[in-house]
Design a protein around this ligand. Structure first.
Ligand code: F6P
Length: 324
């Protein structure tokens, strides 16, 4: 390996910059050259590439978003798109790749690496924490902290007005953010994509809170919950439960921004460093992860095939008990 291409792809997450910085500096430390590829797979196809140096990643560890920009790219799903991408990668002298992103990024990396026999290591970067092969993804901790800050603020106003709030959080099909932020924010109920909660069941939980004279209530609704989002849930609850005045707050993309937490910066730095070292060691078509305190690697095929991600059932039980 003489030149490593680094890119971010899919939804951005806080800590991606720290991962880029670590990958670039580890590669340079080992005498390798580094090309930054803008806008993920789209930039590969459009030939948006530049030479990276140690200076080009200075003062970015604390920044949210990604200096390499990102995109969700449909063209890379076609053989023609990938052929164009490979032609550009080859012309740039890139002979290995570090891909930072979520499962779409992993899927693209797996196919591309097989098709063109180019080594690739992936780094899990997504606020959703929905990837196999790691306990944690880069950005998840920061997003949780952002959500908790928002819930705390909502609690202040909710308690002052004796209101019931439905707060919708991101996570796509994963309830990780909802569950974690729900516990940390003292939510009265949490609706998760992994658990079907009927509206009647939710109303029973809220009615229980009414008997103990709670001054406010917060229901966290994961965006992937089967009841169809916080607005819909609020409307249906309101029809039968009017103990409290009801409000809805959809947190949206603010959950993706902001300066990464200390935990995310360290996680991203370890992962960026390990991704390059694994490539140099001859590892290929795998993802970096952390299990407990260890950095591990998992073949992409395996990481992508184990589709079913399980929530921590203890946390689900704890959340229920804490809401009484
Ligand atoms: O995967 C990260 C994520 O923020 C999800 O939680 C959310 O469902 C999705 O991306 C939103 O995507 P976009 O920014 O493309 O609207």
């Amino acid at each position: 390996i003489t030149r490593i291409g680094v890119f971010t792809s899919g939804g951005d997450s806080p800590g991606m910059n720290a991962a880029i910085r670590a990958a670039v500096r580890t590669a340079l430390y080992n005498g390798k050259k580094v090309t930054g590829i803008y806008h993920g797979y789209q930039g590969m196809i459009d030939n948006e590439m530049y030479e990276m140096s140690s200076e080009s990643v200075s003062s970015i560890i604390q920044k949210g978003g990604t200096i390499l920009k990102t995109a969700r790219c449909m063209a890379f799903k076609t053989p023609e798109g990938r052929a164009q991408a490979y032609a550009n990668v080859k012309a740039a002298g890139i002979d290995a790749l570090v891909a930072i992103g979520g499962d779409g990024t992993f899927t693209g990396a797996e196919i591309f690496s097989r098709e063109y026999d180019i080594p690739v290591m992936c780094i899990p970067g997504t606020i959703d924490n929905d990837l196999n092969g790691t306990d944690l993804t880069i950005g998840y901790d920061t997003a949780n902290n952002t959500v908790i800050e928002a819930i705390d603020k909502i609690r202040d106003t909710a308690a002052s007005h004796n209101r019931l709030f439905f707060v919708e959080v991101m996570g796509r099909d994963s309830g990780c953010i909802a569950l974690n932020a729900g516990i940390a924010g003292g939510a009265e109920a949490i609706l998760l994509p992994e658990k079907d909660t009927a509206i009647e069941e939710l109303i029973d939980m809220l009615a229980q809170g009414a008997t103990t004279h709670k001054s406010s209530m917060i229901v966290i609704v994961a965006e992937g919950d089967k009841n169809g989002g916080a607005t819909n849930v609020a409307k249906r609850v309101k029809e039968k439960f009017d103990y409290f005045d009801t409000k809805v707050s959809i947190l949206g993309h603010l959950q993706r921004g902001g300066s990464p937490s200390s935990a995310d910066r360290v996680l991203a730095t370890r992962m960026g460093y390990s991704a390059v070292n694994e490539l140099l060691r001859g590892n290929n078509r795998a993802t970096i992860g952390v299990r407990g305190s260890e950095v591990v690697t998992t073949p992409l095929e395996e990481a992508l095939s184990k589709k079913e991600l399980k929530l921590n059932e203890d946390l689900v039980e704890i959340a229920k008990i804490m809401a009484i």
